[in-house]
Write a protein that binds this ligand. Structure first.
Ligand SMILES: [Cu+2]
Length: 132
């Protein structure tokens, strides 16, 4: 009985750690993530899908110094892509490619989130940009 109890606690701890929406900046280890997208003509191009209620991928990884182009698409309603620390706030209209370009200058882990209210899960709709 005691063993099962310990196992349950362990399992809860492990599951808790892998839930990305509740992750904090400090819990993300850049070394575990490989680079996102592909580089074409010196631009790192990454496709990101927005949906109720999340982003795919929800962890975007680039190199410091990269010129980054995000191609944002929505699978359902209008969403937003807000990356405050880099000064980005883009509406993601369904049915089109919504393009955002920026230079990833500073190493760091930056939170991005949906900036257009899209329903009850809106507040949980976020992800991370890792610049390494
Ligand atoms: Cu939203």
């Amino acid at each position: 009985m005691k063993k099962i109890f310990v196992l349950l606690i362990l399992l809860t701890a492990i599951l808790g750690c892998t839930s990305r929406e509740s992750m904090t900046k400090e819990e993300i280890s850049p070394m575990y993530y490989s680079l996102s997208g592909k580089v074409e003509n010196g631009v790192r191009i990454i496709d990101v899908e927005a949906y109720k209620f999340g982003f795919n991928p929800d962890i975007i990884v680039v190199n410091a110094g990269d010129k980054v182009r995000l191609r944002l698409t929505s699978l359902d309603v209008v969403h937003g892509f807000k990356l405050e620390e880099i000064g980005i706030n883009k509406r993601i209209e369904p049915g089109k490619d919504n393009i955002v370009e920026f230079y990833a200058n500073e190493i760091g882990t930056y939170e991005f989130r949906c900036s257009v209210f899209c329903g009850p899960g809106h507040m949980k709709m976020k992800g991370w940009l890792i610049v390494k």
